[in-house]
Design a protein around this ligand. Sequence first.
Ligand code: DHB
Ligand code: FE
Length: 279
Amino acid sequence: MARVIGGVATSHVPAVGAAIDNGRQEEPYWAPYFEKIEPAREWMAAARPDVCLVVYNDHASAFSLQVIPTFALGVAPEFPPADEGYGPRRVPVADGHPEMAWHLAESLILDEFDITIVNEMTIDHGCTVPLSIFYGQPDAWPCKVIPLCVNVIQYPPPTGHRCHELGKAIRRALDAYPGDERVVVFGTGGMSHQLQGERAGLVNLEFDQRFTDRLINDPETQAKVPHAEYLRDAGTEGIELVMWLAMRGALDPEVRTAYRMHHVPTSNTSNGLLVLENA
Ligand code: DHB
Ligand code: FE
């Protein structure tokens, strides 16, 4: 049985990745944010998971708009960083865990989640920025990475409820895994933000606070919130938050908050981070 030792969630603002890559963490704009993520890095350094299962969204990098899988699981032995227009980020190639990933694919599909199996894919800022946030700049990521991609780019994305149920199915799969790996599940994206149109720059701290409270204490209620509410209150890209529900579903019903932080400004996004452990 693989053991889920925690669930973490974080925004995946590309400018955070650029600040890390270009050594700008001490600059006045960035220093307050990077100070606040230090306890999350300490938690991860102490937890030392064997595997990080990262639920994230691709931003038309690995998947063009020609093919848009709702859920796509990376089963490859390695995942290079994507070229998002400025060349690939100077971060390590992520080593996959094909054995566990194929077990997840089998378990999830037979559990009636119709996952797209991906034998070859790159990972964009949706996945690499959360890894950098929790691990900094190592020569190699100190864990295997299993990327699980969720479509939140093209309407219709899966519901929050579906993502929460997917998380529960991930947990069932890991509970049934023959190995004894220690796993941290990532939910990424969010929080409130809108990148284009009249409401570009929208931030709604009240929404973010309420979402986080409910995610921790009453995820079943949060899972019922419809897309329109995310779009209205948290902006068009706020819909990325449904991926935090997948992380939450993989944890026990009762959790303990090991760390929680929120920081504005970082680029256009209300930047939240959460570290949960099974109670
Ligand atoms: C920003 C946030 C995102 O989630 C993203 O995918 C791209 C940009 C931003 O805040 O700049
Ligand atoms: Fe995004």
